[in-house]
Design a protein around this ligand. Structure first.
Ligand code: SER
Length: 598
């Protein structure tokens, strides 16, 4: 059966609506109040509170289409089916139906609605590990539907366990559905899960029964949930008999344009195809990030901003390999917007921002790409001549600092020359640079009693506390005063009510999670307007155009501040709230300490 993406989305939502599911909207690509991930990576992600037990206003059976960004597979982009942006069709049971219904409906949709032959279907299930048993129930359901035992594969946790989306949260065993493309097996042991392209995974039913805690343990959830995700691009690719997702109507105009703009043919055909696909994939993802209704992500050096920068710069580099001229990002972005605006009107609304940000970043990178590449080649040639295999951290840092090469990007160039980058050396150079800029930042005059390690760490703790209070209580919870001694911090903030013990616990846990993530603390200088535009908390008035220092703790907190700070959140060891009391009308006061200092 031939089907367009528009028809597939509609068919899916109608099918699950007919099974009693409420159709809900997809969420923003930029997660709300979830510091554990940079982007929405799955349809379940915005539903985490409901998977943990909170009642959802639309009921216990939900379905939708969710835009997702995943960069974990970025190195696989260029093959037939891995993408950094994709649309996920999902259906959920929040503590209601479970394995039997979920699998039966998946099977019914695939075979009856989409017309896949039962013989094309291969499925995988969880084989069991430790205290969590083999998923025999799913095996039995698949058998009862007519999938023979030899097409049901029991695989370990690395294949058939899903989640959590970030570091903590709901997760569980899954059963994945693959379509056999009919290609030759790459080896006798080739089976679903193999990346040769014979088997393409199009759908995953996850049975979310566990919650992974910050301590790394799995606790049973109060309810057993179902979370499924079907990939739009892959499914229409398989239905329309295409050999890769770039042939579908979601990419075809982009691929045609890239070919038209190409002026250089790499010697190797495989290299050409890979470059074309990387350019198309990264441009589409960048357009969706820049066009997101929540907004606020711009090419930059931290967190989500860095991911966006890396995608754009990587695309520019591959465009150079194909001899594509400067300005191509605007041409390709316009095609993506036109192709998707009827489904995602925000792209049309944000057309100007999308195009100007892309062309701006393209131009910034163009300026340094050639000289950076020359610098890289010089060092790489010398290393190869001397039979050395490691590119120093100092060189990688120089390429980053002077030429704007993201570290991962230098690593890719290095691999092409048979070299590896000394990551530890890079981190060291990075830290040293931070240290120097801290010292040249002048005297520090915040509310600290001294500049000891203890007060510095407590100061970093106030940034984490400030952001955690906003996440738990709301954006209104802003600092009204702060006082730090080597023994404790005192933090006053606006909030109308006494905090409940649950809220206090949540805030404490959230701060401790950031400590465990060992986030780097980085500093940048920018104008106060830019700081605010980038979402930094700015507690103190600054004059228009004033340059300020902005401290970030990974992707979790960003605040205008004079410093000094710890180098990583891990240095804090642990965080404990000792007291929460009234300070004055509408202002609360927290006293807290750092525990388990290492
Ligand atoms: N969360 C699961 C996945 O991403 C199913 O939606 O595959």
């Amino acid at each position: 059966m031939k089907l367009t993406a528009d028809q597939l989305r509609e068919k899916y939502l109608n099918f699950f609506a007919s099974k009693g599911h409420a159709v809900i909207s997809g969420a923003s690509l930029i997660p709300e109040n979830d510091p554990t991930v940079l982007f929405t990576t799955a349809g379940m992600h915005p539903l985490v509170p409901y998977l943990l037990g909170e009642p959802h206003p639309a009921g216990q059976r939900l379905t939708n289409v969710q835009k997702c960004v995943r960069t974990g597979d970025i190195d696989a982009v260029g093959d037939t089916c891995h993408l950094t942006f994709f649309e996920m069709l999902g259906n959920w049971s929040l503590g209601e139906y479970f394995k039997k219904e979920a699998i039966t409906w998946s099977f019914e949709f695939l075979t009856q609605e989409l017309g896949f032959a039962v013989e094309q279907l291969h499925v995988t299930v969880f084989e069991g590990e430790g205290a969590i048993p083999r998923d025999t129930e799913s095996i039995e359901v698949w058998k009862s539907l007519g999938i023979p035992a030899e097409r049901i594969y029991a695989l370990p946790k690395e294949d058939n366990w899903w989640g959590p989306a970030g570091t903590t949260g709901p997760c569980g065993p899954d059963t994945e559905m693959f379509i056999d493309t009919g290609l030759q097996s790459c080896a006798p042991e080739c089976r679903p899960g193999c990346h040769c392209g014979k088997y393409i995974e199009i759908w995953n039913d996850v049975f979310m029964q566990y919650n992974k805690t910050a301590a790394g343990t799995y606790e049973p959830l109060p309810q057993s949930n179902v979370d499924t995700g079907m990939g739009v691009e892959r499914t229409i690719c398989m239905m329309n008999g295409h050999s890769n997702v770039y042939e579908t109507e979601l990419f075809a105009p982009l691929m045609a344009q890239i070919r038209e703009l190409t002026t250089l043919q790499p010697d190797n055909e495989e290299q050409r195809v890979r470059a074309e696909r990387i350019i198309a994939d990264h441009m589409r993802t960048a357009v969706f990030i820049l066009g997101d209704p929540k907004g606020g992500v711009k090419p930059g050096n931290l967190g989500a901003n860095y991911v966006l920068r890396r995608l754009i710069r990587r695309s520019v580099r591959y465009a150079k390999i194909l001899g594509i001229e400067t300005g191509y990002t605007a041409t390709l972005a316009a095609l993506v917007i036109d192709n998707y605006k009827h489904v995602y009107p925000e792209l049309e609304q944000n057309r100007d921002t999308i195009i100007s940000e892309l062309t701006g970043e393209e131009a910034r990178f163009e300026k340094t790409l050639i000289s950076g590449q020359r610098e890289f080649d010089k060092v790489a040639d010398a290393l190869v001549d001397h039979r050395q295999t490691t590119l120093s951290g100092r060189t990688a840092f120089k390429l980053y600092d002077t030429y704007g090469f993201p570290l991962e990007f230098t690593e890719e160039l290095a691999i092409e020359r048979g070299l590896t980058v000394d990551r530890a050396g890079y981190d060291k150079a990075f830290k040293k640079h931070q240290e120097l800029s801290k010292q040249s930042g002048g005297t520090f005059n915040g509310g600290l009693a001294d500049n000891s390690k203890a007060t510095t760490r407590l100061h970093t703790a106030t940034h984490l506390l400030q952001r955690a209070l906003q996440v738990v209580l709301g954006e209104h919870a802003l600092q009204k005063g702060s006082n730090i001694t080597p023994a404790r911090l005192r933090f006053d903030f606006s909030h109308p009510n006494k905090m409940t013990s649950e809220e206090k616990q949540q805030v404490e846990d959230l701060v401790n999670q950031q400590i465990q993530r060992n986030l780097p603390i980085t500093v940048e200088t920018m104008t106060i307007e830019e700081a605010k535009e980038r979402g930094a908390i700015a507690l103190f008035a600054a004059k228009y155009g004033e340059q300020v220092k902005v401290y970030s703790a990974g992707d979790f907190s960003m605040e205008v501040c004079g410093g000094p700070h710890a180098e990583t959140t891990g240095e804090l060891g642990g965080f404990k709230i000792q007291k929460e009391e009234s300070s004055s009308a509408g202002v609360r006061r927290i006293k807290a300490v750092i525990t388990n200092l290492n």
